[in-house]
Design a protein around this ligand. Structure first.
Ligand code: ZN
Length: 102
């Protein structure tokens, strides 16, 4: 038996709920300076649940070849990776107009 999506009632293989929720997601990518003037890239507004957030953080860390962490529903990456992060968010289905880079 295939797993059924609890939101739309369709089998998970054809359900588009996740894609839709990503298209509606508004995300902010911002640069902050931490201790000793070190820059960090912060991604906030993601609401895909904790498991997804950790998966995405892992993907971003690999892509940016940088350390990072998940905290309070934000992904925090060491260094300025705003452009790279945006590219990756676009590649997983977020929309350009919903991504704000500060
Ligand atoms: Zn669904």
């Amino acid at each position: 038996m295939e797993e059924i999506c609890p939101v739309c009632g369709l089998p998970k293989s054809i359900c588009a709920c996740k894609v839709i929720s990503r298209e509606q997601q508004k995300v902010r990518i911002k640069l902050e300076t931490r201790k000793w003037g070190r820059p960090v890239t912060i991604v906030e507004g993601l609401d895909n649940g904790k498991e997804d957030l950790h998966k995405l953080a892992k993907k971003l860390k690999v892509a940016c070849a940088s350390g990072g962490t998940v905290k309070n529903n934000m992904i925090i990456l060491q260094g300025d990776h705003r452009q790279k992060v945006k590219e990756i968010l676009l590649s997983i289905g977020l929309l350009d107009e919903n991504i704000e880079v500060l």
